[in-house]
Design a protein around this ligand. Sequence first.
Ligand code: MLT
Length: 284
Amino acid sequence: MRNPGKNIKITANNITVNYNDEGPENAPVMIFIHGFPFSKEMWNKQMAALREKYRVISYDIRGHGNSWSGTDDFTIELFVKDLLSLMDALEIEKAALCGLSMGGYIALKAMENHPYRFESLILCDTSCKADSPEAKEKRMKAIDGILKNGVEQFAADSLKNFFAQESFISKKDVITEVREIMVNTSEKSIIKTLLALSKRKETCPTLWKIKVPVLILVGEEDKITPPEAAQFMHEEINGSVMSVIENAGHLSNLENPDQFNEQLKRFLDNKVGGQKTGGQEKEI
Ligand code: MLT
């Protein structure tokens, strides 16, 4: 039975998952997956923009926000199992899936392994590629740094790469909010997630199999998963639509929510309205 509201607890895959569930009872379902090391709160503006017409759900990935960590090592596959288990617990047969960065890695893996559970995909500031040897090395250095200097220093270093130049001047409140979420994530969960990210497998070889409508969004100044990574997926996914979000870095939904939400709504409205099924239009 549905239990709408904010900060709801449910058991999924043997842990307590914390989620927000808003919008009309029988509306099409849209699930948001946050990036690392953030929480479901990063989707609040998108939830507010869509909740009149869609049942919108955001949840805290295990070890993040208010969801339990459990005792297993983290892997992208475990995060996918959590997602499917959450959908089962909420009795959701099919949903549109929107993931940013690590959320996108999870969404792509979920789509690869369980394509019949998703009716469309929104990939934001993400990539289908696995970590390069250099990226793995950086993650190991980050783990050493956290063990020596703590999460606050890790957050300060990471924040420098997350935002567009303009955001450091005009979006100070957003940066403070993101920092707050990061430093409230436990050291243990951050380290476990860094290991999971470094071991993740690429999903690029199966992109051609995706048959549902796909929207790809990327901040024009994203330094972590840059527009070239988005362009690559766009070329591989048949009929995908891609749009570059201006004045935004890696957290495009927070840095330019107006443009981000406009693209999201346009995509969902066209898709749900049944006018367009394959997302044939290409914006770039
Ligand atoms: C994220 O935002 O989820 C991270 O930047 C992903 C990553 O470090 O690969």
